[in-house]
Write a protein of this length. Structure first.
Length: 293
């Protein structure tokens, strides 16, 4: 009988540490992406020239760590709950995972809805993170950033860019889960048997399982990130404005006053970060689940 994934605590712990590890390793890419997207006609070279020290590349790590670790724990727990409910007792699993196997539309739906819900919960931390990483605001600390947003914009300021974030995260997560689960099934068949190890029952060994899950996460995140890149640029622009600005207005401003290509500013950095982040976070998540189940 296939093994089942652990309960909610196992998913919370696995998701938390997977997210924490990824953000600590990749924060510089996130900071550079934010600064690249904040202004017109900026380039990676010009952004790097403005970085005063190596330490500055990790500016905003605390809010990023809070958002990503807590968000990852909540998202993966909610995702597992949603997928288990959709599986309706099915014990089908892929060879490298304890997670339930679903139909493509179910993976798409579970990923999108779970990410949209968690994205709204963590939105205040996201806004603080973006403002703190940017060079447009000279905050000396997170508490100062939070107080300034509250005093100048009120509670609404903490949810600026919520629509753009949902339009980015929900499709991304849905596509990612769909592609990730398909890749976990296809890769063991596509890769040479000499590269993979399996026991007598056909179950992949721990190193082979980790490799399949990590590669699946990397490939899936790369494609999903590219498709949802414009929403990330719009979201960042909206969150950096001190006055209310709408999604359509921001989109029109970018396309008409700049160029459509601007919607993909920071894609290379986001692509690199998201792909590696997914590889680290989901790889740790899946392997910790096996230890904790």
């Amino acid at each position: 009988m296939p093994e089942k994934a652990g309960g909610v605590p196992a998913h919370l712990v696995s998701g938390f540490f997977g997210g924490l590890a990824s953000v600590c390793a990749l924060q510089p890419l996130d900071l550079l992406k934010t600064r690249l997207q904040q202004a017109q006609e900026s380039s990676l070279r010009s952004v790097l020239r403005e970085v005063r020290s190596t330490r500055e590349l990790w500016r905003g790590t605390l809010p990023s760590a809070l958002r990503t670790s807590i968000g990852s724990a909540l998202y993966l727990s909610l995702l597992n709950y949603s997928r288990s409910a959709l599986a309706r007792g099915s014990e089908a699993r892929t060879r490298s995972s304890l997670l339930p196997r679903l139909q493509s539309y179910q993976n798409l739906l579970a990923g999108a809805l779970s990410r949209a819900a968690v994205g709204l919960v963590t939105m205040p931390i996201t806004v603080i993170k973006v403002r703190y990483e940017s060079t447009l605001y000279a905050y000396n600390g997170l508490s100062e950033a939070a107080r300034h947003i509250w005093s100048t914009e009120g509670a609404r300021g903490f949810f600026k860019g919520a629509a753009a974030t949902t339009l980015r995260d929900a499709p991304y997560a849905g596509l990612y889960v769909l592609l990730y689960e398909q890749a976990k099934e296809l890769l063991p068949r596509a890769l040479p048997a000499t590269l993979l190890g399996a026991d007598e029952s056909g179950k992949l060994t721990a190193p082979a399982s980790a490799a399949v899950n990590g590669l699946s996460a990397f490939l899936s995140a790369s494609l999903a990130t590219t498709l949802t890149a414009p929403f990330d640029t719009i979201k960042t622009r909206m969150q950096l404005q001190s006055h209310p600005v709408g999604f359509v207005q921001t989109l029109r401003c970018i396309v008409c006053e700049e160029r459509a290509r601007t919607l993909f500013d920071g894609l290379s950095l986001r692509l690199c970060r998201k792909a590696m982040s997914a590889c680290i976070a989901w790889g740790i998540y899946e392997e910790l689940l096996k230890l904790l189940h």
